[in-house]
Design a protein around this ligand. Structure first.
Ligand SMILES: NC(=O)c1ccc[n+]([C@@H]2O[C@H](COP(=O)([O-])OP(=O)(O)OC[C@H]3O[C@@H](n4cnc5c(N)ncnc54)[C@H](O)[C@@H]3O)[C@@H](O)[C@H]2O)c1
Length: 389
């Protein structure tokens, strides 16, 4: 598939998809409403072409209105659509770590698909059969629905186990394990080769997986094997993934992983070396951003996500407490939705984030910024801002 370099901000030029009488009233609304209107318009209009933005977009009302006026007076019947659309049409994404529709990997796949990217996913071998059969039987159809009403298409599902790079690394007990029977080509080097043979290149690489066999144990009780297994599955797996996929990533592409605040602040209960694994992942994000940026102009970022009731998080055992804690203490008092993380990933993968690399982006309702838990009884007499809605 042809490589399309990121084209920067884009304006979509659509043929007259709404009557001109209505168009003028749509165009006359404020810049803020305009963005929402574009989303609605985009779902009903056929976008016939996209062209590079010829001028710098500014939020200044005067300049914004001038653009609208110019578009409205365009005699060629083309209307300039404003806003900053995330346009990933022509891009291909590989998302490692999707095994159901509850986790961040699924939400990221959906947002990337909604922006127009082609979706390939990597699923852990022991979860592959159930994921594929659920997909086939339509179990996920409800959560495959995209904002325009279509269903997310997953072009291909690849089996993977992120802790093995080559077939010769796989120990005998795994090779003969019945959960791995019937599946092949699932070590990192080998499934990258399959992706290369099937599609040639990718543009977006997402690592949305983690595993710490002793995650429920405090660090002081964690074994050497448990600690190293957490780092292998949750940190080195990302180094390996990027190392193997980098040669088939188109320049200008983007790579994203998922991290958690336990990397930098104490979160009791997130044990087994998982906090250390996330710290390594964040440090590696910076170094990989330098190396992948210099080598192939690839951006590398990680999203520090707030708590989500995913399958992996439920296995840790205290996810509901973390959600309640966040609602009580974060600057934004709402439950985080997986889509908010998905949309942030789509932004990071898009040309809108073309200068962002080596970053930890917090998508957690702001909880990371708090220095104290304001729901503590010691603050009962403190004047804490209340919701006035
Ligand atoms: N859920 C949360 O509260 C939360 C918060 C911050 C960060 N994260 C991170 O988000 C990412 C996705 O996790 P999630 O919470 O959405 O859960 P999830 O269960 O949807 O995703 C974890 C995935 O890892 C896969 N996996 C485990 N071991 C693997 C291996 N050896 N090889 C390949 N795949 C393997 C699982 O099959 C699963 O699909 C993880 O990195 C996690 O640490 C989660």
């Amino acid at each position: 598939m042809a490589t399309t370099p990121f084209s920067g901000l884009q304006t979509a030029m659509s043929r007259s998809c709404i009557p001109s009488s209505q168009r003028s009233s749509v165009m006359a609304i404020s810049g803020k409403s305009m963005v929402g209107s574009w989303n609605k318009l985009a779902s009903v209009c056929h976008v016939s072409s996209v062209q590079p933005f010829q001028r710098v977009f500014t939020s200044s009302t005067i300049k914004f209105e001038r653009i609208v006026t110019k578009a409205m007076s365009d005699s060629s019947q083309k209307s300039l659509v404003s806003g900053l659309p995330i346009d990933l049409k022509g891009k291909r994404a590989f998302i490692a770590g999707v095994a159901d529709d509850n986790g961040y990997g699924w939400a990221i796949a959906k947002s990337l698909a909604a922006a127009g990217a082609q979706i390939l996913v990597g699923t852990w071998v022991p979860a592959l059969n159930i994921f594929e059969s659920s997909l086939r039987r339509g179990k996920f159809d409800e959560s495959r629905v995209l904002p325009d009403g279509s269903l997310m298409e997953i072009t291909k599902v690849y089996p993977l186990d992120a802790v093995f790079d080559n077939p010769e690394d796989v120990p005998e007990d795994i090779k003969t394990n019945k959960r791995y029977a019937g599946s092949s080509k699932w070590t990192v080097q080998v499934y990258m080769q399959s992706v290369k043979e099937d599609f040639g290149t990718i543009d977006i690489l997402v690592h949305s997986l983690a595993n710490g066999p002793e995650v429920t144990k405090p660090l002081l009780e964690t074994s050497r094997n448990g600690y190293l297994a957490a780092l292998s599955a949750s940190s080195y797996s990302y180094v390996s993934l990027l190392k193997h996929f980098l040669p088939i990533m188109n320049p200008g592409g983007s790579s994203i992983s998922l991290t958690y605040i336990a990397s930098e602040k104490i979160i009791p209960g997130y044990g087994g070396g998982m906090s250390s694994a996330k710290a390594a992942l964040e440090s590696d994000t910076r170094v990989l951003a330098f190396e992948a940026g210099r080598k192939r102009k690839i951006r590398v970022n990680t999203i520090s996500a707030g708590p989500l009731r995913s399958r992996a998080a439920k296995a840790i055992g205290f996810i509901d407490m973390m959600i309640d804690y966040s609602i009580a203490n974060a600057p934004l008092q709402k439950e985080l939705s997986a889509d908010e993380v998905g949309n942030s990933a789509a932004f990071l993968a898009s040309p809108l984030a073309s200068a962002i690399t080596g970053t930890v982006l917090y998508v957690d309702n702001g909880l990371n910024a708090m220095g104290v838990g304001v729901d503590s009884p010691v603050f009962k007499d403190l004047d804490i801002p209340k919701d006035q809605h």
